[in-house]
Every structure is written in structure tokens, then in C-alpha cells.
Design a protein around this ligand. Structure first.
Ligand code: ADP
Ligand code: MG
Length: 240
């Protein structure tokens, strides 16, 4: 059984149909890159999977939790998938450690002592063990994004959704964040990531989804999608 089953998902904002019937099955441990032009619906798809948006038709199942049209964001769904954004969205008045502790305590009702232990472990996992007491403005963009990853991991998600998580970073900080993602992949984490890092997608991902105008226009292993694009739209996007 797939870990995430996305079946004929449709989503409109007013008259604007942004997702026009999306079908993707994600197996446990798969790493899927989602590529495509701005406005093709990539972020909306991730937000639907995370239950941040309702869907108009179709279904999204994560493990045993299922999201159907009309249902408000399912708490169960949101607990199962972590999401990391382009903007790190850390609370500026809280230390890195507190940022990682907070959602555990608020959402999962984890006792403080335990939340702190998990936060220390997760910060260590992203290479920031010594930054527990640092405030976000004392950290580089790359470090802040790694804190955001630690915060997502602290919730023990079944899968992680990453939406252009390196796009706001200075170029020299991109690789430290991608290195953390690579480690998660090596540990078997299931990942869906919207990314412009084509080399990373080629080297690390099991499959690549090319979205175009609200549809999955091409999907396949990176060696097919990148080396042998079938449609003019993908060829144009890749510039080949
Ligand atoms: P991408 O991430 O591929 O750039 P998005 O999913 O962000 O694409 O956006 C797809 C389309 O949906 C765009 O036309 C965008 O303007 C529209 N859209 C996204 N979110 C909203 C919203 N909350 N309200 C209205 N329109 C939206
Ligand atoms: Mg987007």
C-alpha cells in the first residue's frame, strides 16, 4: 500500500482551477521532486496534502488518514506529514530549542522535559546541537532552515513536504540544507519536495513530477524525466 495516495485531486480558487485532477502514489521511503513553472500548482498540492487547504474533489490518503472534499484540514493528516517552507517561519522571540519544543507541547501535548529532550536530539540531527539557546536572528539562513527541519522532525512525521526550502537562501548556504535532506533520505524518510535544485533532484530523487497548468504533465525516474523529456513543455522548462 502506498504511504500517500493522491487520487484525482481537484482544487479551485474562485474561477481558477489550480489542480485539475492530480494522481500520485508515493511509496514509503520514496523521494519525489516536484518541478514546474511558477503558478503550476506545486505549493497548492503540498498544502492540500498537509491539510492546509481543503480539496474540491478526489481524495488524499496518508497512511490510514483520508482527506475528502469539503472536510476541513484534518488534524490527523497534519500530524502525519511535516511541512517546511521557503520562509523558515520560526518564532523570532523564541530560541531554536524552544521553537523545536513548541509544537510538540501544543499539538502533541508532550510534557516539557520530554519535548526538550526531543528538541536537543533533533537539533543534533541537523548539526545544530550547540545552538539550542540561540535566537533565530543569531543564526544564518541555512541554520534557521535546519532548525525548521528539526522542528518538523520533532513531530515524528511519516513524510516530509518541502516547498522550495532552499530558494530564500544565499547560494553558499544551500548545500548545508541539502546535506541534511540527503541524510534524511539515507535514513529512509519519505519526501515530497518542490525544488529548483535540478542536480539534487537528479542525484537523490526516486521520481520526478513535472507539473504544468495544474496537471501532472510528466512523471518518472529522474534519468527519464531529465534525459528524455517527452513533451515540449518539459523540454522548454528544462531548457533543452
Ligand atoms: P506554484 O507553487 O507552482 O508556483 P501555486 O500552487 O502557488 O503554484 O499557485 C497556483 C495558482 O493558484 C496560482 O495561479 C495562484 O495565484 C493560485 N493561488 C494559490 N493560492 C491561492 C489562494 N490562497 N487564493 C487564491 N489563489 C491562489
Ligand atoms: Mg510555490
Amino acid at each position: 500500500m502506498s504511504l500517500i495516495a493522491i487520487t484525482d485531486v481537484r482544487k479551485s480558487f474562485g474561477q481558477n482551477e489550480v489542480l485539475k485532477g492530480i494522481d500520485i502514489d508515493v511509496e514509503r521511503g520514496e523521494v519525489i521532486a516536484i518541478i514546474g513553472k511558477s503558478g503550476s500548482g506545486k505549493s497548492t498540492l503540498l498544502r492540500c496534502i498537509n491539510g492546509l487547504e481543503t480539496i474540491d474533489a478526489g481524495s488524499i490518503a496518508v497512511g490510514r488518514a483520508q482527506l475528502l472534499p469539503g472536510e476541513a484540514a484534518l488534524r490527523a493528516l497534519r500530524l502525519k506529514v511535516g511541512m517546511i517552507f521557503q520562509q523558515f517561519n520560526l518564532f523570532p522571540h523564541l530560541t531554536a530549542g524552544r521553537n523545536v519544543m513548541l509544537s510538540q507541547m501544543v499539538v502533541k501535548k508532550t510534557p516539557k522535559v520530554q519535548a526538550e529532550a526531543v528538541a536537543r536530539k533533533m537539533l543534533e540531527r541537523v548539526g545544530l546541537a550547540e545552538k539550542f539557546d540561540a535566537y533565530p536572528d543569531e543564526l544564518s539562513g541555512g541554520q534557521q532552515q535546519r532548525v525548521a527541519i528539526a522542528r518538523a522532525l520533532a513531530m515524528e512525521p511519516m513524510a516530509l513536504l518541502c516547498d522550495e526550502i532552499t530558494s530564500a537562501l544565499d547560494p553558499e548556504l544551500v548545500s548545508e540544507v541539502l546535506a541534511v535532506v540527503k541524510e534524511l533520505v539515507a535514513e529512509g524518510m519519505t519526501l515530497l519536495m518542490v525544488t529548483h535544485e535540478m542536480r539534487f533532484a537528479r542525484d537523490v530523487c526516486s521520481r520526478v513530477v513535472f507539473m504544468h497548468q495544474g496537471r501532472v504533465h510528466e512523471i518518472g525516474p529522474p534519468e527519464h524525466v531529465f534525459a528524455n523529456p517527452k513533451t515540449p513543455e518539459l523540454r522548454q522548462f528544462l531548457g533543452v
